[in-house]
Design a protein around this ligand. Sequence first.
Ligand code: 13P
Length: 252
Amino acid sequence: MNDSRRPMFAANWKMHMGPRGASEFVAAFAELYAPRDDARIVFFPPSISVAAFRDASEGRPDLELGVQDVHEAVSGAHTGAVSAAMAKEAGVGWALAGHSERRREFGDDDATVATKVNRILESDTRPLLCVGETLEEREAGQLETVLSRQIKAVLDTLDGHGIAGLTYAYEPVWAIGTGRTASADDAAAAHAVVRREIEMRGGPADAVILYGGSVKPANIDELLSAHGVDGVLVGGASLDPEGFAAICSAGR
Ligand code: 13P
């Protein structure tokens, strides 16, 4: 990580934590983790828990808030979906796009992800674009091809202003929820590919790129020490206030 930049710690709660759980988590986490200006903390609760999180975190503006997904349309007959503008109105500053679980379970392809990123930017919200390869793709030597395709599909639809507004997460699919973590060398190599692709398509050399996949208190120091890793996107280990507070305190 570049020492002059503050690390970003993001929690993707996936389909965990209803409104009550979110409120209880915030109360516990706020006790364990005092505000500090040398890190950025962002939570992605389920949409149904956004209001409860926002209310519980009043007085803690350092605990930023995002949604895990938005629909690619601005509005309309899309039962069950949430638009980027609605998320913004609910007090959200961030939105994930392209998480591998959305790609796999809900059929979000590269074009859909690109449209969602555009909707998020139009709503004056910050997209956290997730990219990453499956085990089969890695073993077939397709790491660079896959990362390049996923990044190109989005950046080619944006102007310079839009491109400058993106934050990235490299999440190897084989490391998500499996307990198998990329080594610091694996993460550094993949982040270098992501950074090169961003730069080739007009993005900034210092784009923030997080690592995600089985991050926990036991491996956070190693991962943060990897070259080009600017923070982490944490799933399972972010559900425990103590564990996530430990993760957010790492590296300093
Ligand atoms: P785990 O930390 O549970 O592997 O999940 C990672 C992830 O998908 C974060 O978006």
